[in-house]
Design a protein around this ligand. Structure first.
Ligand SMILES: [Zn+2]
Length: 443
């Protein structure tokens, strides 16, 4: 048993979407199975048995969940800078991605995992090809991953085999990792405009049959609506996906920028979850998602960084702040969308989006996926007890620099900014060589 004593305990374990008040002077007991045995005010903690180890931390909270990412795209980070999304995909991303080997994907996932873990992110939802390589890269680093290998049908994208074989492989991948506590597997379709009706229908059927979630980009760019209506006889993307039965199961829809009130109604009646990607949406000039309208409709919501080729950083502190800023710019109201709501979308709320019980909260029975923010981080001070709002401090002033430690199932994976699970220099050198090859440049 390990006991973690902290100045402030943020559990994020509230009923029905609520965020509980942080606990001053908290304790978390973690069993040898990596799960939380007890959690609450230190003064109420049970007596420790012999052999228990006591650790002391500053702010202790759930580590973060990145609900939409393409982490291996670190190999393409910075490429096609400034191009609009359709040209960026067709002229830069897909031609380079068509050269990817499974070894490239694993190396990209390993490099990205170093960054994710150091930034306090211990679970990511990955839409990428070579799902086996993604899972291996994630587990090499000791992080959790919902792996959702994705289908794209486009002449500029030639990496993958025919989609029926890809769907078979997705189910086989799920079975291969069924015993892993770190890996879960779903299916993905790139988007309603880039995948055929036949394939989308098949994904709906296979995912329902196998009980797997489906991950898809939805309404990211304004031009998508016309493209989808043209191929569907006038349906908007959410209606179209609903008509195919794709929204019947567990669906994680990324972006949701150009959703009308009718679209949001479609998602709400299907309990479709949406992942807000505010930094990517801003960098690509995609638009500002109607996050408060989606909240009001009762949608399950999370936050994602999107791929590091879309938005260079894998930093959910920055995403949370950008989510708040853009929501307030949209509403013109400084009361809109506060830090607690943003933090819920990277912790407990994100776990609900993933359908992964035991993550995103510190509570008995949950995995001890946690991070500590240092009591000596200057940006988190001063602290005036009578008016302190720790959640506001974490979201507005927090950063990866403030993280003193990160744990996955009680295993320490980051200490003082240093990832303990991989050789950083080796991972960087390997990714560097592979990224250079993808550009066509000489090694
Ligand atoms: Zn994406």
């Amino acid at each position: 048993m390990d006991r973690y004593l902290c100045d402030v305990l943020v559990t994020m374990d509230g009923p029905a979407g609520a965020v509980p008040a942080p606990i001053s002077g908290g304790a978390v007991d973690v069993g040898d199975d990596g799960r939380i045995a007890w959690c609450g005010p230190a003064a109420d903690a049970p007596a420790l048995g012999p052999g228990a180890t006591v650790h002391t931390t500053g702010i202790l909270m759930p580590s973060l969940i990145n609900a939409h990412c393409h982490t291996p795209m670190v190999l393409l980070r910075g490429a096609g800078e400034g191009l609009p999304v359709d040209r960026w995909l067709h002229e830069v991303m897909w031609p380079r991605e068509s050269k990817l080997t499974p070894g490239d994907v694993r190396a990209g996932m390993r490099l990205g995992a170093l960054e994710l873990l150091a930034n306090g992110i211990t679970t990511s939802v990955e839409m990428y090809f070579s799902g086996q390589a993604v899972a291996e890269g994630a587990t090499d680093a000791g992080m959790r991953c919902l792996v959702t290998p994705g289908v794209i049908e486009d002449p500029d994208f030639t990496l993958t085999r025919p989609w029926p074989e890809q769907l078979d492989e997705m189910v086989a991948l799920r079975d291969r990792w069924a015993e892993s506590d770190l890996i879960d597997v779903g299916m993905a379709a790139h988007a309603a405009y880039s995948v055929s009706r036949e394939c989308l229908t098949a994904i709906a059927e296979r995912a329902a049959g196998a009980g797997m979630p489906v991950h898809i980009h939805l309404a990211e760019q304004q031009w998508e609506d016309a493209a989808v209506r043209e191929r569907t006889g006038g349906l908007a993307a959410p209606e179209y996906l609903e008509s195919l039965g794709l929204l019947d199961g567990d669906v994680i829809a990324a972006h949701g920028v150009w959703l009308t009130p009718d679209d949001i109604d479609v998602l709400a009646r299907n309990d479709t979850a949406v992942v807000h990607c505010p930094c990517s949406n801003a960098k690509h000039a995609s638009g500002v998602a109607p996050v408060t309208d989606m909240q009001a409709a009762g949608l399950r919501l999370a936050i994602g960084t999107d791929g590091p080729a879309s938005h260079h950083r894998l930093d959910l502190f920055e995403e949370m702040r950008t989510a708040i800023r853009t929501a307030r710019i949209r509403s013109g109201d400084a009361q809109t969308f506060g830090p607690a709501e943003a933090l819920r979308m990277t912790t407990a709320g994100a776990a609900e989006v993933l359908g992964w019980d035991g993550l995103g909260r510190l509570a008995p029975g949950c995995w001890a996926d946690m991070m500590a923010l240092s009591a000596s981080e200057p940006a988190l001070h001063p602290v005036i007890e009578a008016e302190d709002d720790p959640l506001s401090r974490i979201v507005w002033s927090g950063s990866p620099r403030a993280i003193s430690a990160v744990w996955v199932a009680g295993r320490k994976v980051v200490e003082d900014g240093r990832v303990l699970t991989l050789d950083v220099a080796e991972a960087v050198a390997e990714a560097q060589a592979r990224a250079r090859r993808l550009t066509g440049a000489r090694p």
